[in-house]
Design a protein around this ligand. Structure first.
Ligand code: GAL
Length: 418
């Protein structure tokens, strides 16, 4: 009897040791992100499940708030207190800003072993590196300049998907005459900035967008084209419902879903909401590139922060390798509404909207019309983005003239660069 008890005790001790080794082998990671809506949560759930299936321990740190401004505030507090999360949803210039301060850990060994350079668009690989080493792994390629519509609502005014802003305004006027909200929108600075940048690209074109929102060229910012952009933004302001202020983006998507509104202008994370609700593209909702040409890029990535704990360092390597695996790139993006960051992942399992996105991405790369989203932190430093958002949101919520908006914007951007 005694020997049996001894054996059981030894077996339990061995089991505990092995399981701790297993966790050690796959480590643990705390992940700070803002994916909390239906589609977003389904997608990040794919990453969590994949990581736990590898034997890792996932510590979830969601910070609600579309567009990520609240999450970035929380991140700054964590880093300042000397307790950064191991992994963070972070994009574009934000990666460079944190890397420049020595806050990020290299995953170059994982990237080299798995030839990441061969599987990513060059522009994306460049965004993920600091001083030539990968410090972040891209999970997707979102497109910002999309128009979403409810086909039944359009049918009520015998309308098709518009291909120009004049056509959009004509359909919106018809919807408004029928007492239907033309444009579902959430009155939050990042959403107002999303409308703004889609118009900058759609009305000014790719070169104008690059000059005004990437190079911050004063002449472009003060041009008649920019006045035209604000004129159209004023038209869009007239197409939203009285309760738009403060609305979360996914609640605006729901308005299109249930026929309360005709359109939403939003990145394809909105498609994740339609899919999470069981809606079928081409039947329950329509997707089309917003009028204009080009491709507004918004790529989500997970950046790895310097942490002291060996388990978390191991967990970072496992997570980096998992994120760039073809299987994860497919499962995550099917739920998220985006397309894989990896260019070698086939889209056979993806819908017509995703197929259109990749075709337009490839065409935009060819035509030098692939632009980084300013509203989604891909184009300019956080402080400059903040100035754009302040002017655009003030314009959207006041009777400021387009000419005043242009002059205010130009001097605000000039100040932000001092
Ligand atoms: C974007 C982010 C997307 C989605 C969206 C709404 O900035 O890249 O993944 O989360 O915000 O929250």
């Amino acid at each position: 009897m005694r020997s049996e008890r001894w054996f059981m005790a030894a077996a339990c001790a061995a089991g505990l040791f092995l399981s701790s080794q297993a966790v050690q082998a796959q480590g643990e990671v705390e992940v700070l992100h803002w994916w909390t809506s239906g589609g977003e949560a389904a997608a990040v759930g794919e990453l969590k499940q994949s990581y736990e299936a590898e034997g890792g321990t996932w510590i979830d740190s969601p910070i609600a708030g579309g567009g990520g401004d609240a999450a970035m505030t929380a991140l700054r507090a964590r880093v300042v207190s000397g307790n950064p999360p191991a992994a963070v949803q972070l994009k574009g210039p934000g990666i460079q800003e944190w890397a420049d301060q020595g806050a990020l850990a290299s995953v170059e060994d994982v990237a080299g072993e798995n030839s990441w350079d061969e599987h990513l668009p060059e522009v994306l690989a460049g965004i993920m590196k600091f001083e030539g080493e990968y410090v972040a792994a891209p999970v997707n390629i979102h497109r910002v300049d999309w128009l979403w519509a409810n086909p039944e609502v359009l049918a009520r005014v015998d309308a098709e998907m518009p291909t120009t802003w004049e056509e959009f305004n004509a359909v919106a006027d018809k919807l408004q005459a029928e007492g239907i909200t033309p444009l579902a929108h959430g009155g939050q600075p990042w959403q107002d900035a999303t409308l703004f940048e889609v118009l900058v690209l759609g009305i000014g074109g790719p070169d104008f967008y690059r000059s005004a929102l990437v190079d911050l060229n004063e002449e472009a910012l003060e041009s008649q084209t920019m006045v035209d952009v604000f004129d159209q933004l004023r038209k869009l302001r007239g197409y939203v419902d009285p309760n738009f202020s403060g609305r979360d983006w996914n609640l605006a998507t729901a308005m299109v879903m249930n026929g309360e509104a005709g359109f939403q202008i939003m990145g394809d994370w909105a498609k994740g909401e339609f899919l999470a609700a069981g809606k079928v593209p081409g039947k329950d909702f329509l997707c089309a590139a917003a009028p204009g040409n080009g491709f507004l890029l918004n790529s989500d990535s997970i950046a790895f922060f310097n942490v002291r704990d060996g388990d978390q360092q191991e967990g970072q390597k496992v997570l980096a390798s998992l994120i760039m695996s073809p299987d994860f790139q497919e499962s995550f993006n099917l739920a998220k509404g985006s397309i894989p960051a990896r260019t070698d992942v086939a889209l056979d399992a993806f819908d017509e909207c995703a197929q259109r996105s990749r075709a337009d991405l490839e065409a935009a790369i060819e035509a030098d019309a692939l632009l980084p989203s300013m509203a989604h932190e891909m184009a300019v430093p956080r402080t400059v983005r903040g100035e754009f958002m302040d002017v655009v949101t003030n314009f959207f919520n006041s009777d400021m003239s387009s000419q005043d908006a242009v002059e205010t914007l130009s001097s605000a951007i000039e100040r932000a660069q001092l």
